[in-house]
Every structure is written in structure tokens, then in C-alpha cells.
Design a protein around this ligand. Structure first.
Ligand SMILES: [Zn+2]
Length: 141
């Protein structure tokens, strides 16, 4: 892990904060090309009721639409939390490279237990104040 990796992970935490402030679950992710260029970023958008609106899945879909298979094979995902099974599968299907995350899934379980065992999905399902913003920093091709 180098300083650029740490910067990307810091950005993920900032995106997670943005997600939380918008009423979503606190997760954010950044897709970085083989040359170190930030290609796209997103945050969790489940507040509107769609529990599949994870940033890791959004970035996998973005990569499938905007990158060649060769570019995807060199692109890394940085994210605030370890991928869930849905996002891990999408990452694999799309053919992205490494995943770097701030906190492992075990840590999330520990944090949820500390706040009373309420699942994030359950807590956010009652909140319908989701945002609609999607960001990218340009396409590669
Ligand atoms: Zn996920």
C-alpha cells in the first residue's frame, strides 16, 4: 500500500460520509485505472429503497459500460468497506483487478453490534431521502 492508495481510501471515507449525510448507508468507493487515474466514484444510495444501490456495484457497472476488458483488468477498486457477496460477484464478472478496503466485514459486524445490532439495511429502509447524483471523472476510451 502506497501513499496514492491511502489517498484513494481517504476519498472513500469522505464519500461514505457524504452517503450518510444524504440518508444512505456509510459506504463510498473509487475506481482507479492502471495509470492511477481516478475513473469514477460513487457512494451508497439505498435510502430510496433499492438495497442493491451499493457503490461497488455501481462502479462495476460503470466499468462494464465504459472500459475495455483490458482496461478493466488493470483497474482497481478502493472502497470504505469490504465488498458484500453481490458486489464481489459483480467485481469478478466485470473482470476488475484488486480490491482495497478500509474496514473488513468483521469490523462492520462489530460496529453494528455496538449500536444495538440493528442492520444498516433495516435502519435505512425507513429513510426515503435518497439522492440521485452519480459522478464520474471521464471515460477512458
Ligand atoms: Zn455490496
Amino acid at each position: 500500500m502506497n501513499n496514492a492508495d491511502l489517498q484513494h481510501l481517504h476519498c472513500c471515507v469522505e464519500l461514505a460520509t457524504e452517503a450518510l449525510e444524504a440518508g444512505n448507508e456509510p459506504f463510498g468507493s473509487v475506481l482507479v485505472g492502471a495509470d492511477g487515474t481516478v475513473l469514477a466514484e460513487d457512494y451508497n444510495r439505498v435510502a430510496a429503497g433499492d438495497q442493491t444501490q451499493h457503490p461497488e456495484l455501481a462502479l462495476a457497472r460503470w466499468a462494464a459500460t465504459n472500459l475495455t476488458p483490458e482496461e478493466r483488468a488493470g483497474a482497481n477498486v478502493f472502497t470504505s468497506g469490504e465488498h458484500c457477496p453481490m458486489c464481489a460477484a459483480a467485481h469478478g464478472w466485470v473482470g476488475l483487478s484488486r480490491i482495497r478496503y478500509v474496514s473488513p466485514a468483521e469490523q462492520l459486524v462489530t460496529w453494528l453490534a455496538a449500536v444495538g445490532g440493528v442492520g444498516l439495511a433495516c435502519a435505512s429502509a425507513a429513510d426515503s431521502s435518497g439522492g440521485g447524483r452519480s459522478r464520474s471523472r471521464g471515460s477512458v476510451s
